[in-house]
Design a protein around this ligand. Structure first.
Ligand code: VG1
Ligand code: CO
Length: 558
């Protein structure tokens, strides 16, 4: 039976501008008539000549509105001349799994349905992101094009009578407007699991878990990683079911923020403090972020986690096969990995916030391992950050070194020195004072007399060496990303960074980052908040954050 597509006329919506990682808005916004359809059509139209006959991967993190969005996308792809859609069973695919599947089956790209770590549910957030044929998030050039199309869209195409049951694994063929259209529903975990076999020595991890010397606790925060943890860690590597908590994906993440940090993953932190576990990890809604904890809740900052994996990269067989290329981190991430790169003679790159900036470097064979302070770690095995990969990387290091997480960190600091780091998030601030603060800071850094100026707090004194708004020129394609965060760098290398979040769905979120290096090993075990207090105070005074926003305390401290 031939199904017929229709063109539906529509009006454009303001603000369909993808942020740091896709378009994220409250569910109620996505549910407005034509809102989702408009944005999906903009993505498809932006594909231009690649659209006809293309193959796209579709999947998301199980949050509320996923099923409706998957259905719309399948019907719209059919009408727009896409030849094939590969969709996860029940629409479920983690973000790293989508990247893996795009690369494995060499598809044209993929559409990921997630608002990542933002809360979900009928009043929570939803999100749509497009990834290109390299498996990575669309670069600025593509997202700008999608946005432009969304601004003067007046119709979209859909095949309204097409019915596909995404709960059943298998391939169905459809005749749409006289064209063949294929939908393949795949197991959500299998391709990703196959990939991990190529990267890690899973037998070594299995042995480590079997010795009972290391008991782990993995918290999927009711996000998409649950099925991956159960299948790979429990079924294949013998981890007891009791080590896998919150591993059933829920549409509202159980009412929580599926964000693996010390505040929102408090349940894991508390369980770890009992002393019963040697390694703890939590993952975000879409499975690309991770938090690593050691015995009794010893916290590994994401910046340190990246540096430790870099320093122990030989523990991961994948890198023996591919060779170790460069290392990279996002600008606000503490500079711990820089020191590993310098010591072992690897190229190093500092890029703006957002995973899309790593892709070109990886495609050009210049980058093996990278990370962000926001609990993102990954490598060139795919083009997204990968939470479970980071956990398996840590298990690989533990299996090979036979040391505790804390011992590994302390030895690392003894060799390289320690970068103390903290991030203060002020969520849901009103946009106007937040913008004013950034404008004022913009003026401050343009004032030539700032360089050399001294700032004191208690007995600590800092002198400004450099101040700018971070700008990045991609070494591969020469594209320039401007205004990526205000940096004030002091003579001792300490840094204060301010930027506004690009992933929030309402108001503004101010992020304040502080990074300070300490070579003196007698100070390495001091508390990061104590160590950084003087710089925090200086940053708050410089920015007048409290006065302008009325916020005396941040929402989250990491
Ligand atoms: C945040 C993080 C950034 C990360 C981005 C997407 O962006 O700071 O490092 O790449 O989220 O991560 P922003 O603009 O809010 O600071 V995810 O796991 O939300 O896709
Ligand atoms: Co995420």
């Amino acid at each position: 039976m031939t199904l017929l597509s229709v063109k539906v006329s529509t009006c454009s919506f303001d603000g369909q501008k993808p942020g740091t990682s896709g378009l994220r808005k409250n569910v109620t916004i996505f549910k407005q008539k034509n809102y989702t359809e408009n944005f999906v059509q903009s993505i498809l139209t932006a594909l231009g000549t690649e659209l006809a006959g293309s193959t796209l991967v579709v999947g998301g993190d199980g949050r509320y509105y996923l099923k409706e969005a998957v259905d719309i996308i399948i019907k719209m792809c059919a009408a727009n001349g896409v030849a094939k859609v590969i969709v996860g069973q029940n629409g479920i695919l983690s973000t790293p799994a989508v990247s893996c599947i795009i690369r494995k089956y060499k598809t044209t790209g993929g559409i990921i349905l997630t608002a990542s770590h933002n809360p979900g549910g009928p009043n929570g957030d939803f999100g749509i992101k497009f990834n290109c044929s390299n498996g990575g998030p669309a670069p600025d050039g593509v997202t700008n094009k999608i946005y432009e199309i969304s601004m003067d869209i007046d119709e979209y195409s859909i095949s309204p009578t097409l019915q596909v049951d995404v709960s059943k694994i298998g391939t169905t063929q459809h005749d749409v407007d006289g064209r063949k259209y294929t939908v393949e529903v795949i197991d959500s975990v299998s391709d990703y699991f196959e990939m991990t076999k190529e990267i890690f020595d899973l037998d070594a991890i299995k042995k480590l878990l079997a010795t009972k010397k290391l008991v782990v606790l993995l918290d999927a925060m009711h996000g998409v990683v649950g099925p991956y943890v159960k299948r790979i860690l429990c079924q294949e590597l013998g981890m007891p079911e009791s080590s896998a908590v919150n591993c059933t994906p829920l549409e509202d993440f159980g009412g929580h923020h599926p964000d693996p940090n010390l505040t929102y993953a408090a349940e894991l932190v508390k369980a770890m403090q009992s002393g019963d576990y040697g390694l703890g990890a939590a993952f975000d809604g879409d499975g690309d972020r991770n938090m690593i904890l050691g015995h009794k809740g010893f916290f590994v900052t994401p910046s340190d986690s990246l540096a430790v994996i870099a320093a122990n990269i030989d523990c991961i067989p994948y890198f023996k096969k591919t060779g170790v290329k460069g290392f990279s981190r996002s600008m606000p991430t503490a500079g711990a990995v820089d020191r590993v790169a310098a010591k072992i003679g690897k190229e190093f790159f500092e890029v703006p916030t957002g995973w899309k900036y790593f892709g070109n470097l990886m495609d050009a064979g210049r980058l093996s391992l990278c990370g962000e302070e926001s609990f993102g770690t990954g490598s060139d095995h795919i083009r997204e950050k990968d939470g479970l990969w980071a956990c398996l990387a840590w298990l690989s290091v533990l299996a090979s070194k036979q040391q505790s997480v804390e011992e590994i960190l302390k030895n690392h600091w003894a060799t390289y020195g320690r970068n103390f780091f903290t991030r203060y998030d002020y969520e849901n601030v009103e946009s106007e004072p937040a913008n004013k603060m950034m404008t004022n800071l913009g003026k401050l850094i343009e004032d030539a007399s700032l360089i050399g100026r001294g700032f004191n707090h208690g007995d600590k004194a800092f002198k400004v060496a450099k101040a700018d708004n971070f700008e990045y020129t991609d070494p591969i394609d020469g594209s320039v990303a401007k205004k990526q965060g205000i940096r004030i760098i002091f003579e001792d290398g300490s840094r204060i960074v301010f930027r506004l979040s690009g992933t929030g769905s309402s108001g503004a979120t101010i992020r304040m980052y502080i990074d300070s290096y300490e070579a003196d090993s007698t100070k390495h075990c001091l508390d990061a908040q104590d160590m950084l207090k003087p710089l925090v105070e200086i940053a708050l005074q410089m920015s007048q954050l409290r006065e302008l926003t009325g916020r005396q305390k941040p929402t989250v401290i990491t």
